[in-house]
Design a protein around this ligand. Sequence first.
Ligand SMILES: Cc1cc2nc3c(=O)[nH]c(=O)nc-3n(C[C@H](O)[C@H](O)[C@H](O)COP(=O)(O)O)c2cc1C
Length: 214
Amino acid sequence: MENLHDHRKVYDKFELIEDQVKQNPIEQFRNWLLEAQETPSVSEANAMSVSTLESDGCPRTRMVLLKSYTWEGFVFYTNYDSRKGKALVDNPKACLHFFWPGLERQIIIKAILERVADNLSDGYFSSRPRGSQLGAWVSPQSMEIPNKDFLENRLLEIEKEWEGKEVGRPTNWGGFLAKPYEIEFWQGRPNRLHDRILYTLTNDFDWKISRLAP
Ligand SMILES: Cc1cc2nc3c(=O)[nH]c(=O)nc-3n(C[C@H](O)[C@H](O)[C@H](O)COP(=O)(O)O)c2cc1C
């Protein structure tokens, strides 16, 4: 067994100060995402984890790709019948998380999720490569399947079904919009005295900015 007691890194690249952050967390997010996208060591800057609460009371986390964001919130696409899709029917709250080690930054977003309008899902689905479109039909995401051949055989069937036609969107595949009510920006600092700036949505739909102890 390996012990990792001495594996630690000094964080000292940037700092996060109240009078330099944006008043609106989506704008602050935009700045950080743009910087992450421009940082060569950060691959897939739009990859984020999504944690949902399962019926056994345990949160479950998986990665997805952020596909768009607006003043309203953050959009990703998935199978509505997947484990996350089912968990969100019972409890529409989720926690999104970005970690960009190259920038020593994380963002934690608590949000209420809703399905995006069908026309938005249609629009994004039609922009995907044909292989990904077929994949959405092939995979009963999160279900137990007998073996790998099951997918290969289903792909052959689905390819035949859609041969010569534009692939339509399965009705159980689409986007979720995560509407944030709390967003924390975390910037690593020396001596573990990290900067943590928390935005909390107020009753009058303004954002309160506060600092948390690291
Ligand atoms: C970097 C990365 C990006 C991913 N993006 C997506 C995505 O956008 N949508 C999606 O449904 N699954 C995506 N996945 C797969 C999910 O992590 C997960 O395996 C799948 O959605 C099933 O999750 P569930 O069974 O918990 O619902 C991605 C995985 C990785 C590692």
